[in-house]
Design a protein around this ligand. Sequence first.
Ligand code: OAD
Length: 242
Amino acid sequence: MTSSSAIRELKEKLATTTALTVLTGAGISADSGVPTFRGAEGLWNNFRPEELASPEAFARNPHLVWEWYNWRRELLATKKPNPAHLTLVELERRVDNFWLITQNVDDLHPSAGTQRLSEIHGNIWKVRCTQCGQVTVNRDVPIAILPECSTCRGLLRPHIVWFGESLDPEDLQKSFEALRTCEVLLIIGTSGVVYPAASFGPVAKDHGAFVAELNLDPTPRSDLVDVAIQGRAKDLVPQLIS
Ligand code: OAD
């Protein structure tokens, strides 16, 4: 199937569906200038996740971990949603049962205007107290190192799901409900190697959904979906409603 006939088929499905779920990864924000994690320019080529994005790393050296998050906060503070994020806002407006599941912590979906979403890996502008567990929004750039909880003076950590940590059970429940009940699942810009998000396509497919992957390159999951379309998210996604 050519990419234009795949886009046409997907566009027709989207024009009539009443239940759409979308799963996004770092690739949708790449067109906003946010680095991805894997691939030639990926963050994990230059940084070691086990030294920066794990509870053990934070226990060992919270200063280093906060410095890295400060670097990312400075970078993300300058980034804006791109046409792919904005198109998903329009799809949310058009489709009755819409749910967006994002692995991105960059806040670009909410800042575009998406309302019905689960940020399953957290949000870079939220912090959580390691003592009392309170989650608050903190947009300081840079954030003071080491930041303290205003309620109990405990050490604050990023409200991000790190390697080795579990996802929030409510987010998981909502995500699986959206995967089991959707007619169409759009998977945009994720390498599909990090679980549980890597299992989301098969879950929706097992429940009868039409599954489409939009990615710059083929992924290990491309053969398992109904249509796999290659290109930049900012170019492909707007074509789905034009
Ligand atoms: P990855 O960096 O693993 O994958 C990004 C995907 O986006 C790749 O498949 C690219 O081909 C694709 N891509 C790049 N540019 C694109 C563009 N302009 N348009 C469309 N696709 C493009 O990112 P994720 O799959 O999101 O976890 O990574 C999953 C998780 O691993 C992240 O949430 C992060 C990381 O460790 C946490 O931070 C907890």
